[in-house]
Design a protein around this ligand. Structure first.
Ligand code: DCP
Length: 546
């Protein structure tokens, strides 16, 4: 009788995709002459009183001269090799690399307009969701994917020895190789800055994978283990899935990306960050201890912000392996309710499943007001709330046309005072706002002002350094004869076809662009239908509210 499968064999296979120098990649797709040259995307000059002049995506946004003061927000790998980092401003970048091409972000509503980048990220998620199923959008350019079913399918349908194993080997680094361990020791700040150690390497270029098993910490090489251990086989099939997804994204959208493959999301993300650009890394179970050993704590997702700083200070630890040594009682005492979460992060066992979330949960926009530009009066604040309302209205219209949903809540965030913790204050006020299918800029602006006035009931003198607006809690809406149909009917209906969605979008654009009111969303004759992702997210929201 066969032995029952050990519990561990039921683990998931998770893929993590992170686009390479994403804003630069989006600019390159729009202007292919930027391929292969050192280039960077720079912010607009935020010190212009009254906000940045409008610079649409299709304008010539290349910045000439050496007076650009905007900070660098994305750096091509060619420019990284020349020492350009995200901490520089345009002027410094040009000094460092005189031939660098600087492209300024588009601006609208007095601030950066990130629409082209967001659209680019959404295209990637949609493509991955079509090909791989359950996708969780993690940020503008990161996606976690549950590829368990795909990996199992490949194991059933393709030869392991002759196809999957050699393909995975050709495409993947191992997380505990010497090269990976060097990459893991780099601080998060350096990694985020984009350092010159990041370069496109062929797998095996430094002979690391060729030397496996001796070079990795596994007593028996992982490629050997894969011959008999089903957990390893599934990860190897997962590596082939991720490699093929990456190739699809490049072929269909023109973007390169890096990938990670592991049994949970946190490890897949960690693996993904080890080798960039255009590479992928497998985190086998035998590599986890070596990967986490000496790993700067802030490299772990969830510990990069305030919580990570508090953990370091209160527990006097700086690496994942330090934290893993702290007894659970001490963790719980210092961080009530978070002990097992922290232990899970430190040991690589935190298993937060991939959420089926293709759509963003909110539409948000914010604007910072640096130094003397801080907002001082109600009148100024009202002006900027209206600008933000205009931007969110545009995005609400696009989102409505694409996904047949509309928000029911609005939140306003305000930050005041200096950037030091003593004088810095942050407040959020929210209210319900059902925009339905015909929401207007006025409606959004009025609701935003109402929230703002809850925070500042009298016309005093402020020192506002940031204003933010967010629309959330989406509900499905649809047009045509089904507009008042019960939800059960609505959910029974088929999802919008890509064509249908495109048609809705075209009609919307035609109406918005034809001199009609910017505030009225066109209702096409084609009934809008909710996407599958919206149905899922609607049900999730309902469950959370219950
Ligand atoms: N971004 C930004 N401001 C920052 C950090 C990032 O506007 N402080 C934007 C520009 C980036 C995009 O977000 O292109 C994605 O950020 P990443 O941290 O993933 O960095 P990149 O994709 O640019 O580079 P990498 O290839 O190292 O991931």
């Amino acid at each position: 009788m066969p032995l029952p499968l050990p519990q561990a064999q039921a683990k998931a296979v998770v893929g993590f995709i992170d686009m390479d120098c994403f804003y630069v990649a989006v600019e390159r797709r729009r202007d292919p002459s930027l391929f292969g040259v050192p280039c960077a995307v720079v912010q607009y000059n935020s010190r212009i009183a009254g906000g940045a002049p409008e610079l649409p995506p299709e304008a010539n946004r290349r910045v000439s001269g050496d007076t650009i003061t905007g900070g660098i927000i994305a750096v091509s790998y060619e420019a990284r090799q020349r020492g350009v980092t995200r901490q520089m401003n345009g002027q410094e970048a040009r000094k460092q690399c005189p031939e660098i091409v600087l492209v300024q972000v588009p601006t609208a509503f007095g601030k950066a307009d990130l629409k082209i980048y967001k659209q680019g990220g959404n295209e990637v998620v949609s493509l991955l969701a079509q090909r791989a199923g359950c996708c969780e959008k993690r940020s503008v350019d990161e996606v976690a994917i549950d590829i368990t079913a795909e990996a199992e399918r490949l194991l059933r349908e393709r030869s392991f020895e002759d196809d999957l194993l050699p393909s995975a080997k050709r495409a993947s680094h191992l997380a505990d190789s010497a090269l990976s361990r060097t990459a893991a020791a780099v601080s998060r700040d350096d990694t985020r800055r984009g350092h010159c150690g990041q370069q496109s390497r062929e797998v095996g270029e430094d002979h690391e994978e060729q030397l496996a098993p001796d070079e990795t910490t596994a007593p028996q090489g992982p490629w050997e283990l894969a011959k008999w251990d089903p957990r390893y086989r599934r990860l190897i099939a997962g590596a082939v899935v991720v490699d093929e997804l990456r190739a699809t994204v490049e072929k269909e959208l023109g973007y390169t990306c890096s990938g990670g493959i592991a049994e949970n999301k946190m490890l897949a993300k960690l693996g993904c960050g080890l080798h960039k650009p255009k590479q992928q890394t497998i985190v086998f179970p035998c590599a986890v201890a070596a990967l986490l050993h000496g790993l700067p704590l802030e490299r772990i997702q969830g510990l990069g912000g305030d919580l990570g700083t508090q953990v370091k200070e209160q527990l006097q630890v700086s690496t994942a392996s330090d934290l893993a040594q702290i007894p659970m009682e001490r963790l719980e005492f210092a961080f009530p309710g978070k002990g097992s979460f922290l232990h899970g992060l430190a040991t690589g066992t935190h298993n937060d499943p991939v959420q089926d979330r293709e759509l963003c949960k909110s539409l948000s926009g914010s604007k910072t007001f640096v130094g003397r530009l801080a907002l001082k009066t109600m009148q100024e604040s009202e002006k900027w709330l209206r600008e933000l309302a205009g931007e969110l209205h545009r995005r609400y219209c696009e989102d409505l046309a694409e996904h047949a949903r509309s928000p029911t809540k609005i939140s306003v965030s305000v930050a005041c005072g200096g950037f030091d913790s003593q004088s810095h204050q942050h407040a959020t006020r929210q209210t319900s706002l059902d925009l339905g299918r015909n929401g207007t800029i006025d409606q959004i602006a009025r609701a935003a002002l109402l929230c703002f006035q809850r925070w500042a009931p009298t016309t005093g003198s402020f020192n506002i350094t940031m204003l933010g607006l967010s629309l959330s809690n989406f509900r499905p809406v649809f047009a045509g004869p089904e507009a008042n149909a019960p939800l059960s009917k609505f959910f029974g209906a088929a999802s919008a076809s890509a064509k249908g969605t495109e048609r809705n979008k075209e009609k919307l654009e035609a109406s918005v662009g034809s001199g009609g009111s910017r505030s009225a969303v066109a209702m096409s004759a084609t009934p809008m239908q909710p996407t599958a992702a919206l149905k899922r997210s609607f049900f999730q929201q309902q469950q959370q509210q219950q």
